[in-house]
Structure formats: structure tokens, C-alpha cells
Design a protein around this ligand. Structure first.
Ligand code: EPS
Length: 391
């Protein structure tokens, strides 16, 4: 089983990750991980922090001469904000001392983990909650999952994503919008992410990108924030991953968890998903045909999964992200100490991070699929796996 853990606070010194369970002999280069880390910073609408965080991974173990050695892989990413912010983070996030001189944060922001976090852990200060619940953690997640992605790439499995909607601007999911996506997918899902990365909204359509940028600008001016919808697509995945035989082995559930584990995600759909619920079965299920001795489906409304098992068609997963809860325009809250009604206090934030979430979802989906691949074809080394995947 492939697994990983992350540690680290958003304004602490660094993020740490450990990946375990990778077979030996998989090529891993820091440059590939850094490429995906840089992609996570793409997209118009990020806040001040995006101007100086430059995520570069430091690998400490588990890789030798550019290949995995089946030992745990330990990594570090520095938080540039820790020293660059001049907000005294080394003092605020100090490992030792009493913290007596550090101001406590007592105004919980609606929609954040702030209030539930302090209630759950008994803190009198929201800072520990803010700092661990923060989506800063996804930087290390991308690093960990990029290693799993290297394994998938060895078998020609590619992952891409693009943004479908930011706030009010986006494709009409009920229309025939997917032509450009499908054209790109003919070259593999990485062609999809390559094209999306060229857009400041990570969208395939230039007009929609321009409209989105205007929408984000206007929203920033109004002191508000935006959510949106994105899509992750996987090509080259063999049929037969996952299983209907037990609830926790269904690929549908594993994919949903991969997306919903990302901060601020509120819904997920696979294939035609929500739309399929309102259509008759004859317009939803993919007809099966024989193509020179191979079973094929004429359409892929199922999004590449039937009965919790991959069909061999592209996997299509959509994530729905809520608007970021830190707003310039204050929301109503209550001071945890005085119990007085107060407006929320604004600290630096993004207007939207839907483009970033789309790249993080690529990573988490990669991890879920690498695990499913290992479950079916796993071995101790890449050489042992190769003939099992492509006999
Ligand atoms: C985040 C708030 C912002 C974002 C951060 C996530 O950080 P700060 O409060 O320091 O301005 O920039 O995202 C990242 C740092 C990142 O790497 O994605 C939050 O509250 O979730």
C-alpha cells in the first residue's frame, strides 16, 4: 500500500512529507516535482503570498541516483513567508517558550475551520487551527503525489485538468462544450494540462479566460471571493482497477475521497454525475460494442468507472470548490472571549484558488490511482510490475 503523511503549519518554518510504499526503480527527479509545485501557483486571483513563495523540494531519503529505492521518501518545502513576511512568524510559531507575548486570534471566520477547530481541540487562540487547516498544506501534498504520478507515467497513464467555471463565468455543463477537451485528450491528458496552463484561469477557452479575469477583478474590488468547478481527466488507465466486491475498494469512492480531501471542496461528480441523475437511463449508459475483438464503449458518460472498476476509458472527475472564506468585506462573527458580535478581521488572502485546486486534484487523483494500480499489479520493483501491467 502506498501512503503519505504531511506535517507543517502554513507560517511555520517548513512543510514535511513522507511517502512510503513506492516500488524500487521508479525514476524520480526533483525537477518533475518542482514543475507540479510551480503549476500549483498558476492562476489569476491569488493573493500577496503568491508573489514570493517559490516551492522547491528538498529530498532527504528514499531516492538514490534518480530512482526510488523502496525506502520511505522524506521531503521538505520551506515556507518563504516564515522569514520574508516580517510579521514575526518565528516568534508566533515558536516551538519553544510560552507565547505570552504573542497576540491571540479570537475572531473565528465563518466558513473556515476556525471555530470548530478551537471547539474540538480546546484552544484559546485560533492560530494553530488557521495554520494547519490552511491550503498551504497542499504544496506538500502535490510533492508527495507527484512521486505516485511518476509511477503512473511509467505505464503511459497521464493526468490533466482544466477549470470549467469560476464564480459566474464558465461553460454550460448542459451544453455540448467538451469538443476541445476531447480533441486534446487524443494526445493524452498531459496535452490537456499543457493547454490549460497557458490560461490565467486554467480554462481551455480564451474568451472565458478573459471574462473570468474581469470577474475576479470585480470580485476583489467588491471585497468578496469566488469558488468554481474543475475537471480532472486521466488517460491510459487500464481496465480492472478497483472492485465492486467490497465498499472500500470501489474506485468511485476512492476518487471522490481524493477530491473531497482537498480544503474547501464541497462536491464531486464522476462522468455525467449530477446531470445523469435527471436523465433517463437510455441517455446515460454507454453502449458496448465489439471493436476488432476488443470490447469498447461508444460514449464515456460513466467517466471511466462502472461498478467501482475502471473501464479503460478516460477517468473524468469534477470537483466543486466553495468561495474562499477569508473576505475583505467583513462577515458577522463573535469574539471567542467577550462573546460580543464583531465583524471578521481581514488578513491577506486569495480571491479565488480554483485553478490551484485543479492542479492539487490532479495530484490527489494520481495518488489514489497509483494505489489502485499497485493493488492489482503491484510488485517490489518497477521491473517486476512491467510485465504484469503490459503482458
Ligand atoms: C491560505 C491563505 C493564504 C494563501 C495560502 C492558503 O496564505 P496567507 O494567509 O499566508 O496569505 O496564500 O495558500 C498558500 C500559502 C499556498 O501555498 O497555497 C489559507 O488560509 O488556506
Amino acid at each position: 500500500m502506498l501512503r503519505f503523511l504531511t506535517a507543517g503549519e502554513s507560517h511555520g518554518e517548513a512543510l514535511i512529507g513522507i511517502v512510503e510504499g513506492m516500488p524500487a526503480g521508479v525514476p524520480v527527479a526533483a525537477a518533475d516535482i518542482n514543475r507540479h509545485l510551480a503549476r500549483r501557483w498558476l492562476g489569476f486571483g491569488r493573493g500577496g503570498r503568491s508573489k514570493f513563495e517559490r516551492d522547491r523540494v528538498h529530498i532527504y531519503s528514499g531516492i538514490r541516483f534518480g530512482h526510488t529505492i523502496a525506502s520511505p521518501i522524506a521531503m521538505r518545502l520551506d515556507n518563504a513567508a516564515y522569514l520574508k513576511d516580517r510579521s514575526g512568524w518565528p516568534e508566533v510559531m515558536a516551538i519553544e517558550g510560552t507565547g505570552e507575548q504573542v497576540e491571540k486570534i479570537t475572531l473565528p471566520r465563518p466558513g473556515h475551520a476556525d471555530l470548530v477547530g478551537v471547539q474540538k481541540y480546546g484552544f484559546d487562540d485560533i492560530r494553530p487551527v488557521i495554520d494547519r487547516a490552511s491550503a498551504r498544506e497542499t504544496a506538500m501534498r502535490v510533492a508527495c503525489c507527484s512521486i505516485a504520478r511518476q509511477l503512473l507515467n511509467q505505464f503511459g497513464i497521464e493526468i490533466g485538468s482544466h477549470v470549467l467555471r469560476i464564480g459566474e463565468v464558465g461553460v454550460d455543463l448542459d451544453s455540448d462544450w467538451a469538443g476541445e477537451r476531447d480533441r486534446l485528450l487524443a494526445d493524452g491528458a498531459e496535452a490537456l494540462f499543457g493547454k490549460a496552463d497557458e490560461s490565467e484561469a486554467r480554462m481551455l477557452d480564451a474568451d472565458l479566460t478573459a471574462q473570468c479575469i474581469e470577474h475576479i477583478r470585480a470580485t476583489r474590488k467588491a471585497g468578496d471571493s469566488l469558488g468554481g468547478i474543475y475537471e480532472v481527466v486521466v488517460t491510459g488507465l487500464p481496465a480492472g482497477l478497483g472492485s465492486y466486491a467490497q465498499w472500500d475498494r470501489r474506485l468511485t469512492g476512492l476518487l471522490a475521497q481524493a477530491v473531497m480531501s482537498i480544503q474547501a471542496q464541497k462536491a464531486v461528480e464522476i462522468g455525467d454525475g449530477v446531470r445523469a441523475a435527471g436523465l433517463p437511463g437510455s441517455k446515460v449508459h454507454d453502449p458496448i460494442c465489439d471493436d476488432a475483438g476488443t470490447f469498447r464503449r461508444r460514449t464515456n458518460r460513466a467517466g471511466g468507472v462502472e461498478g467501482g472498476i475502471s473501464t479503460g476509458m478516460p477517468i473524468i472527475v469534477r470537483g466543486y470548490m466553495k468561495p474562499i472564506p477569508t473576505l475583505i468585506k467583513p462577515l458577522e462573527t463573535v469574539d471567542m472571549v467577550s462573546r460580543e458580535s464583531q465583524p471578521t478581521r481581514y488578513e491577506r488572502s486569495d480571491v479565488t484558488s480554483v485553478p490551484a485546486a485543479s492542479t492539487v486534484a490532479e495530484a490527489t487523483v494520481a495518488f489514489a490511482l497509483a494505489n489502485a494500480l499497485l493493488e492489482k499489479f503491484g510488485g517490489d520493483s518497477l521491473d517486476e510490475m512491467r510485465p504484469r501491467v503490459t503482458p
